[in-house]
Ligand binder design. Structure first.
Ligand code: UD1
Ligand code: UDP
Length: 387
């Protein structure tokens, strides 16, 4: 029986990690039915934003690296579309798999749908209802160019229905007759799979960082409105610096390069104070296994990342979200994630509240059974009638 050729498009850090869940499930269950071509747009390119994940998560080297790099939205996305189009015409895959909501996802959706390759969107239906976020536009457009849409949560599934997607559609599925599914989250698959490995392979990591279990807070910041709006960045960083001292707790901050760049170029004095503080550890981006160790062992998490918010839930840690709204709204309804925007008053209030013992907080299983990737691949095979 001929194999299905599936073309994966990745570009940003979280997509490389997500693709590893699909690759692992293909290797384990479907290697005789599915072959993979991996396209890396090159949106992220620093070693610690890209290569480290290929090495550590045992993802095979990209078949194509478009080397697009950093640029404004239009230029970056258009270079990706051009490169992806060339690969599609050469490879002629049966379908194209996209992850999440980055410019790489959007470029893949546009290039593939216009050439009539079926698009499969993983993490479909997530909405912040804030179209000033570039990611919100990417999500909506990617979903509406897709043939199979895999929603990770109930709310994401409902959002798709509200936009006119019909769960009752029957095969054959096309861009005009798309199919929506509720799957659970492939990042839950990944976090569970790699959690044990992280303890085994990197058990010395926290010691090397000189932090003790439950005695530090993990902080990540990279969202464009927090890094590029200097007032927001200053409000966030100054509040965190002050609270760390007042509450005598260490903040571990693996910072995205764009955050460090903004701090260095626009808030240099504050950046030096942060570097000099005994309570702040600004470190380069870490590997996924290191990140899991930080998440598992911290006291709580402060972040504007979509992925890290969810991982806070997987590892049962309260989370302060440095945003006005979130696509992972179930966390907020559950009371374990608190939206504080960049408001110093709200940051302080939730910092103090969540530092207290919170044994009453519960972390229900919103994100499936850890086998979302297997489910997705089965449905793809069904579309091509291979199971
Ligand atoms: C992108 C995604 C965002 C996702 C994030 C994951 C878009 C519009 N945004 O944001 O949804 O949450 O990835 O991390 O696609 N840079 C480096 N080295 C790198 C990569 C980036 O120094 O390897 C710096 C450059 O200064 C660049 C800036 O980071 O201009 C922003 O990079 P970019 O990929 O445009 O957006 P992210 O903020 O990473
Ligand atoms: N991550 C990582 N190292 C870091 C920061 C994040 O491995 O230094 C992982 C994190 O665990 C999560 C993913 O990258 O799985 C989230 O990526 P990011 O926060 O960049 O993007 P978002 O999820 O907001 O799109």
């Amino acid at each position: 029986m001929p194999q299905i050729k599936l073309l994966n498009i990745v570009g940003a850090r979280p997509q490389i990690i997500k693709a590893s869940a699909i690759s692992r499930a293909i290797r384990k269950y479907f290697s005789d039915q599915i072959s993979e071509v991996l396209v890396h747009t090159g949106q992220h390119y620093d070693k610690e934003m890209s290569q480290v994940f290929f090495d550590e998560l045992e993802i095979h080297k990209p078949d194509y690296n478009l080397g697009v790099g950093s640029a404004g939205h239009g230029r970056q996305t258009s270079m990706m579309i051009t490169g992806i189009e060339e690969v599609l015409l050469k490879e002629k895959p049966d379908c194209v798999l996209l992850y999440g909501d980055t410019n790489s996802s959007l470029a893949g959706a546009l290039a593939a749908s216009k050439l009539h390759f079926p698009v499969i969107h993983i993490e479909a239906g997530l909405r912040s209802f804030n179209k000033s976020m570039p990611e919100e536009l990417n999500r909506i457009m990617s979903d509406h160019a897709s043939t199979l849409l895999f929603a990770p949560t109930n709310d994401a599934f409902k959002n798709l229905m509200a936009e006119g997607f019909r769960p009752e559609n029957s095969p054959p599925y096309t861009i005009d007759n798309p199919k929506i599914y509720l799957t659970g989250d492939i990042m839950y698959d990944n976090s569970m799979f790699f959690a044990g490995l992280a303890e085994k392979k990197r058990s010395f990591y926290l010691e090397g960082l000189s932090v003790e279990r439950e005695k530090f807070i993990l902080v990540t910041i990279h969202r464009d409105n927090n890094t590029d709006d200097i007032k927001r960045l200053e409000d966030i960083m100054s509040s965190l610096k002050r609270l760390a001292v007042e509450k005598n707790i260490i903040l571990v901050m693996p910072l995205h390069p764009r955050t460090v760049l903004s701090l260095k170029t626009k808030l240099d004095a504050l950046y030096r104070e942060l570097i000099d503080s005994d309570f702040i550890k600004i470190i380069p981006p870490v590997s996924f296994l290191e990140m899991i160790l930080l998440e598992k062992n911290c006291r709580m998490i402060i972040t504007d990342s979509g992925g890290v918010q969810k991982e806070s839930h997987f590892f049962k840690k309260p989370c302060i979200v440095l945003r006005k709204e979130t696509e992972w709204i179930e966390l907020v309804h559950n009371g374990t994630a608190r939206l504080v925007d960049a408001d110093p008053g709200r940051i302080e209030e939730e910092f103090i509240r969540l530092l207290q013992n919170h044994s009453e907080l519960e972390y229900p299983g919103f994100y499936g059974n850890g086998q979302a990737a297997e489910f997705i691949l089965k449905e793809i095979l069904l579309m091509f009638e291979k199971v």
